[in-house]
Design a protein around this ligand. Structure first.
Ligand code: SF4
Length: 305
């Protein structure tokens, strides 16, 4: 058994981007909704102070529906989590529209000056807690351009933050994604997720072209059959404490805040296939572990791919 990874999804369903295909781009959150999301996240962070050590939790990943990075409380909470003894990595999925310097300052401040120790395979971070921080940045070509996006990527890596970058594999965007690859720091992995609404198979040429950008693209196209036994070291927690094994598995009856650890981590699936990276990338038998290290869910290579 490895150390445990927790994914957390708040109740936030709003975003500062307005991509045409995304349901969360149209929802404007009220002040009350945002306050509820903040309180729920603070409660989750409070719970981790006890649970991290009790359950040997090594990593926490924020995987919001909307855009969490533009809300200060997520950086405060990530800082708190990174400062907990025993936590190796914390991370967040984002569209990278946040202010890098301001947010890293909040993160660092809330680490409480704790000694975060050395992370094998992590970027050199001038001895700062950023070396625990993993950012999963998704490129949205409808809302930003290659130069703006890649500039923010450079700012993050220059500050010692671990970063992966990705985009949906829209065939029409192949040359744009090739340009993005050229602009990114060489050792930043650029992943490609399959396009769900494509309504046809990718052609051989498209598969090859996307595989040149992302060596794991074929795994994305052929996700493994479900096997809950491979998912004993992980848990997906919702804002109200509902617990799943992964982001697509059935909800359990146990609650994060009131249940015991054995029930919380007992795998429960209900799926035929682990159909997206957040699911298959957290399995104990995921072949990418050789490249992504102990916490592959963040998609950050521990060496070269
Ligand atoms: S669908 Fe989720 S819980 Fe089920 S086997 Fe795949 S990763 Fe594990």
């Amino acid at each position: 058994m490895g150390r445990k990874t927790i994914c957390y999804r708040g109740s936030l369903k709003s975003c500062n981007y307005h991509c045409s295909y995304c349901p969360f781009s149209r929802h404007r959150a009220s002040a009350a909704e945002l306050e509820r999301d903040r309180q729920q996240f603070v409660r989750f962070c409070d719970s981790m102070e006890k649970k991290a050590a009790e359950s040997d939790i090594g990593a926490v990943f924020i995987v919001p529906y909307g855009e969490a990075s533009i809300h200060r409380w997520y950086w405060e909470g990530l800082g708190r989590l990174a400062g907990l003894p025993g936590i190796d990595r914390v991370g967040m999925q984002t569209n990278l529209s946040f202010s890098v310097e301001a947010c890293l300052n909040i993160f660092e401040f809330h680490c409480g000056g704790n000694d975060v120790g050395e992370m094998p395979g992590a970027r050199k971070g001038k001895g700062r807690p950023q070396k625990k921080l993993c950012i999963w940045a998704t490129f949205h070509p409808e809302m930003t351009d290659v130069d703006t996006f890649s500039d923010n990527c450079h700012k993050l890596t220059e500050n010692g933050v671990n970063l992966c970058v990705g985009a949906v594999g829209v065939p029409q965007n192949l040359s744009l994604l090739g340009r993005l690859r050229e602009k990114l720091p060489l050792d930043v992995y650029l992943w490609i997720n399959k396009m769900d609404g494509l309504r046809r198979n990718y052609t051989e040429e498209e598969r090859t072209a996307f595989s040149v950008i992302d060596p794991f693209f074929e795994v994305e196209l052929n996700p493994p059959a479900a096997d809950a036994a491979m998912c004993a070291d992980r848990c997906f927690v919702e804002a109200d404490g509902r617990v799943h094994t992964c982001n697509i598995s059935k909800a359990k009856t146990v609650n994060w805040y009131t249940g015991n650890a054995e029930e919380i981590f007992r795998p429960l699936c209900g799926r035929k296939r682990c159909s997206c990276y957040l699911a298959y990338g957290g399995r104990a038998d995921f072949e990418g572990r050789r490249h992504f290290g102990e916490y592959p869910i963040f998609r950050i290579p521990s060496g070269h791919i």
